[in-house]
Design a protein around this ligand. Structure first.
Ligand SMILES: [Zn+2]
Length: 297
């Protein structure tokens, strides 16, 4: 099984970006989890293998990560690595930009049935990332397939009692409407939270989780900091969405789960908690959503 299913291309539109993986940060005294990462994407001058990622995570004091699929193939890969690696759990789904690539609804439904099969495996703990992406969506038909796919993924999460990891890009209103219309799974996570105060308050009200990525450290993203401070600590998760969204001061370089300590320390600076207390809280939230990493091997 090869480590890489795809290579990161042109995400920043900046080919000059530094391609070296950053140094390992000062190790955490209380380790924590990255609840959303993509280790199947090769990035940097020298892409890291899964075992290198795991080794670096250990050096940084990290406890584990959720490896997230975006296609049937990468979801299968995620389930396979999580079945073997104690520090990884898996999330499986067709990404909202992948779903409309199927030419017919029947072909999409076949792929979704494949996702449902993976959802029954003991190391698969979430359905995701699924949701709605209006940023890169063209035409009525695409929208219809995205929405159909999202609803089917919600149903799978409920059927197998798994967490739901939502990708919501410029689609806050429709994501919330869909969740309320069909009924949200009991553990629902807004991955790479991108909303404003209003959505944060809705999440708090409905018991949904906000997962913050490295972009909370970007200067322009005051709405993310405001959202974080508006919700109770019990709603907060942390992620990388690696290899994307590397936190400041490393922005632009390849990202990886071992870099979570930068984001954790930054968030502790915002909330005024000690880094250790914040890690304890985030760990309790993370384990409530995904279960224990030690189980199901
Ligand atoms: Zn992602």
């Amino acid at each position: 099984m090869s480590d890489f299913l795809r290579t990161r291309t042109g995400y920043d539109g900046n080919e000059q970006r530094p391609m070296r993986y950053p140094e390992v940060p000062e190790p955490l005294k209380v380790g924590t989890y990255d609840n959303h990462t993509h280790l199947e994407i090769a990035d940097g001058d020298e892409p890291l293998t899964v075992s290198q990622h795991i080794d670096l995570m250990k050096q940084a004091g990290m406890l584990g990560a959720v490896q997230v699929g975006v296609t049937l193939e990468s979801s299968r890969w995620s389930a396979e690595v999580a079945a073997k690696e104690p520090m990884l759990l898996a999330a499986v789904a067709l990404h909202p930009n992948e779903a409309p690539l199927y030419e017919t609804k029947a072909a999409l439904d076949d792929a979704i049935a494949g996702i449902a099969q993976l959802a029954s495996l003991p190391r698969v703990r979430a359905v995701g990332e699924t949701g709605l992406d209006f940023f890169r969506t063209e035409g009525e038909n695409q929208l219809e397939l995205q929405l159909h796919s999202f609803e089917e993924h919600i149903a799978i999460a409920k059927e197998f009692d798994l967490a739901l990891q939502i990708h919501d890009r410029e689609a806050h209103g429709d994501v919330v409407q869909t969740l309320l219309r069909v009924g949200a799974p009991s553990r629902t996570v807004f991955h790479c939270y991108s909303g404003d105060l209003e959505l944060a308050e809705l999440c708090e009200k409905h018991g949904w989780y906000l997962s913050f990525a490295g972009n909370i450290t970007f200067k322009k993203n005051q709405h993310l900091r405001d959202s974080l401070l508006a919700v109770s600590r019990s709603r907060i998760l942390i992620e990388t969405d690696a290899p994307f969204l590397t936190p400041e001061p490393l922005r632009g370089r390849p990202n990886a789960p071992y870099l979570v300590p930068h984001t954790l320390r930054y968030i502790a600076g915002l909330t005024g908690d000690s880094v250790e207390d914040l890690a304890v809280q985030i760990n309790s939230n993370t384990e409530a959503v995904y279960g224990l990493w030690s189980e199901g091997l």
